[in-house]
Design a protein. Structure first.
Length: 199
């Protein structure tokens, strides 16, 4: 039995498309470059597959909904993309990507994600017919291979997530994958609210 039917998948894609379109506009203003985010692909995955689009290290950004919706979602961005975005935010040309991500960059990317996901939450409020708000995002840099090994060791039968994948383009600097993860119950709740606003 499929966990999500085709209608639910289509609705999640539409929610993702509109909310991340608004996020792209916010990011574009912060980095002063054109940002494009493609139409998302939506599928149900095991938790251990969450990082399949990444290698080495990436940023794991957790966003908690504190109003309107119950639960949280996660954004995943490649480490190099974080470095380009934060360099642009600090007035660079996006080429200063040497070294590890430091506190200054973590703070900058937290602010970028706060603005982006704040925009997404605003558009979701309109689509779902409920005022929504988010907490300040929590940003962690994680070692991809270590997490993959750990997840496979401890995977259970209920470890399914909805994975929404976007391609993100920033003028000649980034052409990469950005992933959003939702718990299944959270995704279904969003779909149900969305359908109610259309009745």
């Amino acid at each position: 039995m499929d966990i999500l039917n085709s209608e639910q998948v289509d609705i999640l894609g539409e929610i993702g498309n509109i909310s991340m379109g608004n996020s792209a506009t916010s990011l574009s203003m912060m980095v002063n470059k054109k940002v494009e985010i493609t139409t998302p692909s939506v599928k149900v995955i095991k938790r251990s597959q969450a990082l399949d689009d990444y290698e080495k290290t990436c940023a794991f950004i957790q966003i908690h909904f504190i109003k309107g919706l119950e639960g949280n979602n996660v954004l995943i961005l490649a480490e190099d993309d974080i470095k380009v975005i934060t360099d642009l935010m600090m007035g660079g040309d996006g080429s200063n990507t040497a070294g590890e991500i430091g506190e200054l960059q973590l703070s900058a990317v937290a602010e970028a994600m706060n603005q982006m996901m704040g925009s997404a939450a605003t558009s979701m409020s309109t689509m779902l017919g409920v005022p929504t708000d988010i907490s300040t995002p929590e940003v962690n840099i994680i070692d991809v291979e270590s997490v993959k090994v750990f997840e496979r060791m401890f995977e259970g039968i209920n470890d399914n997530f909805v994975k929404v994948s976007f391609r993100i383009h920033i003028q000649g600097l980034i052409d990469s994958i950005m992933v959003q993860l939702y718990p299944i119950d959270f995704a279904i709740n969003m779909v149900d609210r969305f359908k109610k606003t259309r009745e």
